[in-house]
Design a protein around this ligand. Sequence first.
Ligand SMILES: C[S@@+](CC[C@H](N)C(=O)[O-])C[C@H]1O[C@@H](n2cnc3c(N)ncnc32)[C@H](O)[C@@H]1O
Length: 299
Amino acid sequence: MILSPAVLFEGGSGRTNFMSENTSASEWANARGEKWLAQLAGMEAMINPVNEPLIRALHLDAACRIVDIGCGGGGATLDILRQSPAGTVVHGVDISPALIEFARTRIQSDRGAIAFDMADMATAPLPNEPYDRLASRFGIMFFDDPRAAFGNLFRWLGPSGRFAFAVWGRLSENHWMAATREVVAEVMDLPSLDSEAPGPFRYCDPEKLIRLLASVGFSEIQVDDWRGALPIGGGLKADEAAAFALSAVSSLGELLAEAGGELVTHARQSLTERFSRNLRDGVVQMDACVHIFTGVRLE
Ligand SMILES: C[S@@+](CC[C@H](N)C(=O)[O-])C[C@H]1O[C@@H](n2cnc3c(N)ncnc32)[C@H](O)[C@@H]1O
């Protein structure tokens, strides 16, 4: 059932514009970080397939010091440590106090080899000892002043150090987010994605980030695409995956909830129908494209 916008909205044109889908660093420090924490198990299980290409791109051939930028709840940070040579030290840094507090609870027998700290990596003062590797899984797309922030990251890396950053490719190649956005756009006007603003698709055009990284001093910058299927919400049936995606993708869930229960029901049904065409082994799995950027600090 497609409800006409005139039925769904009161008054005027019948269609309404809502706040932006973009997420800034300060939002991550507060509500957005808490929301990521609430969805952490499903989120991490969904994006864990990105760890293998990201960690491979770090070239961890000897014990070293690694910082995971925008580490969230620490799942990737722990995986990096597990896959590093003995003697490696891994630090996760995030702007969200809630996520750092949770990440710390996951440290078990690795005390000394892993730590989590709260900081805004755009402006965080230089560490006592520089790092040999900078890593990030989807944590570098939200800086308010990207040039200043990447300049700061450059200084956190020691000479001959290497970075690997994972960022989302184009919306059209990330089918779960595209489908989620489409079902919401069926019932309300969404502003077009602003790729200049902080948000998941900010560097979907790789050239933009390549130029930025080069401008602050990084060398030998390369981008390789990882393409694969992600289990939505970590491996859910169509209706559960639809509920997960509507609440997880940017602030679409909040926009829908604000607009009213009928819209939520409609969007959820529509997304369930789309997701049910993407069942593999009984759970929703959808194609994704992630850019893995690598490069070095020569001196
Ligand atoms: C999409 S989440 C990814 C979390 C984690 N890397 C993962 O893959 O599970 C983005 C993370 O970047 C963090 N973040 C955003 N801006 C930041 C900043 N300026 N400094 C440090 N962390 C930041 C957020 O708090 C959030 O945890």
